[in-house]
Design a protein around this ligand. Sequence first.
Ligand code: NI
Length: 409
Amino acid sequence: MNFEKMNETKVFRDPINGYVKVDYKIIYDLICSKEFQRLKRIHQLGGTFQVFPTAEHSRFSHSIGAYEIARRIINEVPTIKNSLNEEEQLTLLIAALLHDVGHGPFSHAFEMINPIHHEEYTISIIKDNSEINSLLKNIDVDLPSKVISVIKKEHPQRLLNQLISSQVDADRMDYLLRDSYFTGATYGYFDVERVLRVIRAHEGQIVFKESGIPALENFMLGRYHMYKQVYHHSSSLSYEVILLKLFERFFELVENNYVFKNDYKYILPLKNKSKLSNQEIYDLDESVINFYAKLLAEEEDKILREFADRFTNRKLFAFYEVKTKEEVEYYHQKVKSLGYDDRYYFFSDRPKQIVYKKYGKNDLSNVMILTKDNKVVEISKISPVVKSLSSDRVGDDSDYIVLIPKEIK
Ligand code: NI
């Protein structure tokens, strides 16, 4: 493995982490790769900027933020630094940097249109046929597979897996702070400095000192409130559903050999709902979708035109929360009886929200506490706050959501 350093530490200013510091040349080269630069054209929070006007932050800034938190953990926590050799440390930094590189336009909203988990694309981009893959192989031919094993939580050094994907990891720490900052919804703020003070490596796993429980509770509550106030906001969902319906109409017309006025080559591969190639996913970003929405608004088809206009000009659907299937059906029938095509003008779902999940005994995702008498205990066993957040439908008394045009009352 080649551990070449920059001549001088590169820094990026970041309102969340102060400075993001880059010492390894490979990290800087990866940031400069075209697949990583593409993340600047993808909103971190999908359609949330339609509700919180400043939620304009990108996957790019979150990715370098997750890298920086991982870098600080390595540099500031001696038990962790001493447990990892340099190769493992660099593998961790690269995995933190690249963990979201496979996200599609509008992040999670894209997974409604192309039902492939973004992690699969992340793995494909690291694995082959990309600038990222070539850069990694230049350092060590086995580096792509080592990074992938961290992302899949299968790396033999399990500290790496835990630091990238457990319930208090570098990824979540960064996005909670960042999303909170950029939405202006301060609920997600937690004491990250304190968490970094109490995190440890202990007998081959990541633990937190018992004295850090309040900071961890704060983190979990922050997540809970962010889910309620931001991540599950009805209007961002409505915007994302408009995008979904626009695509569904487009696919339907393609299927029926409709003659379009314009060319839509970059979104055509989405029609089959199957996994895209690295080139196809690279070609899809929000600038393409926004431009195509303008072109689609010029087409003759009335439904297509209307959804393109709704998408570009934020003409959202109305949102209802209901308790029973019968009530969902009531809205469904109402839409139909008024002559709307229910395939497009009706949407319902049953959202789930899990703030903290207690997994099986040895699952890496569990948050483990190192007690004062040196025992390792899963956090919900000793924190009543975390315990109360562990059921899967916290404080949510409505069971279904329904989206229909606002004109229907
Ligand atoms: Ni992430």
